[in-house]
Design a protein around this ligand. Structure first.
Ligand code: PLP
Length: 454
């Protein structure tokens, strides 16, 4: 009843403010205003808050609840495994049925010879692991100086020490201490430079320029998201990923694709790199692998790399997490991948891409400020500019993307504003099960929210 509910609301808000330090949130705003939302349940693409208000989740929580809310099959997979063998260690070559089956399944899905998985609990741990494993490898090869990791400006790779050092968004990279000089950010999408064109003003900021300056024998790997997510849904031009692949081959440097958002169907392909038919040396994954129902991540590598590690040392791989290969997480991942295939989710995503693009076009026609719309699979965004015809931005203090996001929120749609270095992007990445009517409903809300600029 209402009174009990009001007591519960008050209690939760009080405890939240007193005891819960929120990740990636304003500490001050939390102390002043309490939690933004308290969510209680979800179904399909929708979530309900403690007041009973319903929202379309236009970001799939954190680009991870890809199969939507309320899937009893995923819950049952977890329950069954928890009741059978909730946890089992994978250290010292102990193993368990679910981790084995998942590693096998991933080898079938991943492109090329990416046939071996190292399991983690999330995206940051996966990136941290790939950096350490690659440096370990170079050390074993007698190339200890190969420590540097090149990433891209605006990239997001997570928040552990290595992952945040590789992150291109300064806000995250400089949050703690100054980032390690072993991590260098290149300017995104200088395709011609990466192909070898040197008389370009920006050459020194290209990956190739950095390799030439630092010395190829100092570079361990290049990491990039096939499509940048948190940095504002930035889609590389055709030919860019291939140019980076060729460049890495030319210098014998590893190429890592951070598929934490793109992996498992988000872009209308199983993996983001498949949009450009590029096979990296490593892929890091998390999020969609379990549809967010339980934490899990992985580093996926070539079997030739693993074989070489085995040939180089009989030492223990001194790297692993308690939860590497967690049987319950792996059971949920196996069920997630089964659903992706059995319900033809990825071809549905491709169909919905066309719907989003068509509706973005309508938004652009209706709303003067909307421009630069893009969507690959169900990874979409548009920008808002004060005047797109002259490329004039809103003043930073106008927080234009936030105005749109708040306007949407008020009307029952959760979306992510990205305000980075003066750009204002609004991200739309609903669960992969979103249908045409969900998308239309979301777009109508966008349209209402955009009227705030008129
Ligand atoms: N890499 C990418 C591309 C991401 O988007 C994220 C999270 O948003 C991460 C890594 C970090 O993953 P996690 O938050 O699970 O540590």
């Amino acid at each position: 009843n209402v009174k009990n509910n009001q007591n519960l609301v008050d209690q939760l808000i009080e405890w939240d403010q007193k005891h819960f330090l929120h990740p990636t949130s304003s500490v001050r705003a939390h102390q002043q205003n309490g939690p933004e939302h308290i969510f209680m349940e979800g179904n399909g693409v929708r979530v309900k808050d403690i007041y009973g208000n319903e929202y379309i989740d236009g970001l799939s929580a954190l680009w991870n609840v890809n199969l939507g809310y309320g899937r009893t099959d995923l819950g049952e997979a977890a329950k069954k495994q928890m009741e059978t063998l909730p946890f089992s260690s994978s250290f010292n070559n102990y193993s368990n049925e679910q981790a084995i089956k998942l590693a096998h399944k991933i080898s079938k899905l991943a492109p090329g010879d990416l046939n071996v998985s190292f399991f983690t609990s999330g995206g940051s741990e996966s990136n941290e692991s790939v950096f350490k494993i690659i440096r370990h490898y170079w050390k074993l090869k007698g190339q200890e100086k190969r420590t540097k990791i090149i990433s891209l400006g605006r990239a997001y790779h997570g928040v552990t020490m290595g992952a945040s050092s590789a992150t291109g968004m300064d806000t995250f990279r400089t949050f703690s201490t100054a980032h390690s000089p072993d991590f260098i950010q290149a300017m995104p999408y200088l395709t011609d430079c990466e192909k070898g064109k040197k008389n370009d003003l920006n050459f020194e900021h290209s990956i190739r320029g950095i390799i030439e300056r630092e010395g190829e024998d100092k570079i361990a790997a290049v990491i990039l998201e096939p499509i940048q997510g948190a940095g504002g849904v930035n889609v590389p031009p055709g030919g860019y990923l291939q140019a980076v692949r060729d460049l890495c081959n030319e210098y014998g440097i590893f190429m890592i694709a951070d598929e934490v958002i793109c992996g498992f169907g988000r872009t209308g392909k199983m993996f983001g790199v498949e949009n450009w038919n590029v096979v990296p040396d490593f892929m890091t994954v998390a999020k969609g692998i379990t549809s967010g129902y339980i934490p899990l991540g992985a580093v996926i590598m070539k079997d030739s790399f693993r074989d070489e590690l085995a040939s180089l040392t009989d030492n223990i791989l001194f790297h692993g997490f308690t939860y590497s290969g967690h049987p319950t997480s792996c059971a949920v991942a196996l069920k997630t991948l089964e659903v992706l295939e059995n319900e033809n989710i990825i071809s549905h995503v491709k169909d919905m891409e066309a719907v989003v693009l068509e509706r973005f076009e309508t938004l652009k026609n209706r709303h003067f400020n909307v421009t630069n719309d893009r969507c690959v699979g169900l990874l979409g965004a548009f920008d808002v500019l004060k005047d797109p015809s002259s490329n004039t931005r809103f003043a930073p203090e106008q927080n234009a993307a936030m105005v749109v996001a708040r306007g949407c929120n008020k009307r029952g749609l959760i979306v992510r504003p990205v305000m980075y270095k003066g750009a204002n992007s609004v991200v739309f990445a609903p669960p992969l099960v979103a249908n045409k009517s969900d998308i239309n409903e979301a777009m109508n809300i966008f349209s209402e929210a955009l009227k705030e600029f008129e």
